[in-house]
Design a binder for this molecule. Sequence first.
Ligand code: R5P
Length: 307
Amino acid sequence: MPDMDEVHSGKNFYLDNPHAITGFFLKGSNSLEWGTKNRLARIFNPKSGKTVMLAVDHGYFQGPTTGLERIDVTIPPLVPYSDALMITRGALRTCIAPEMAKPVVLRSSGGSSILKELSNELVAVDVEDAIRINATAMAVQVYIGGPHEHESIGNLIKVVDAGNRFGIPTLGVTGVGQELGRDAKYLGLATRICAEMGAHFVKTYFCQTNFDQVVAGCPVPVVIAGGKKLPEREALDLAYQAIDQGAAGIDMGRNIFQCDAPIAMIQAVRAVVHEKATSDKAFDQFQELREEFRKTREVAETAQSTG
Ligand code: R5P
């Protein structure tokens, strides 16, 4: 019988003794082979060690999400400001031009909708198609504690094994259902399981208390999702706190594409992630850029109405 208390609450995370990073710049990645490292180095900037991923895969279970009704219209202008694009193969092939040079983190699990049990997923992409589409990584949702926990861990294992045959890394995504927690104990459990099952990097949520323990207990890079739309100042603060406590990046969707000045917002997020800008400084930058965009739009609209 496992000691459930120990399982759920590790005690000593040696926060004053960070995981040694030798050779390759990413935590826990030095023993990977060249191709996998090269793909990871396209997603994570080798200079800052961080990434700003633009997540636009929400339609895979919730249909035309606000801001993603027309991916072909709203997303291409944002892509140049991202380090990687997280997207489904359907949206990629139909809405994004193949000239796009950014690495693709391909949503590779699915099979459920908001109308049913979300954890009931399967592997949604054959690795051959991931290669055909030139995916840089594959992403699989894992629902620890969910009704289909076992199957979702199985999906991760299958995709990690398939990707490993070709040097394609896998992002383990810790899905949170309504019944699942978002505290450090839960997120620590979920991220660690993803890493131990072979995920090369893990996406989770930020938590206000002990997020540094979540990062310390996960032997591969942790990136955080943005979650539901917040006021920009709060979203930048969330990003700042996560990076400050050891996150290797942000995989943000709604807080960028639902913002009324998304290009300004993604640039402000970049400043936090890559330049360690404080959220105050990044918010000032956001406001200045938003104002510039507003003026440019006004000039263009006036020219259109008079011309
Ligand atoms: C949701 O399941 C998707 O995987 C999104 O990629 C993820 O939630 C990040 O997007 P957001 O910042 O909107 O939470």
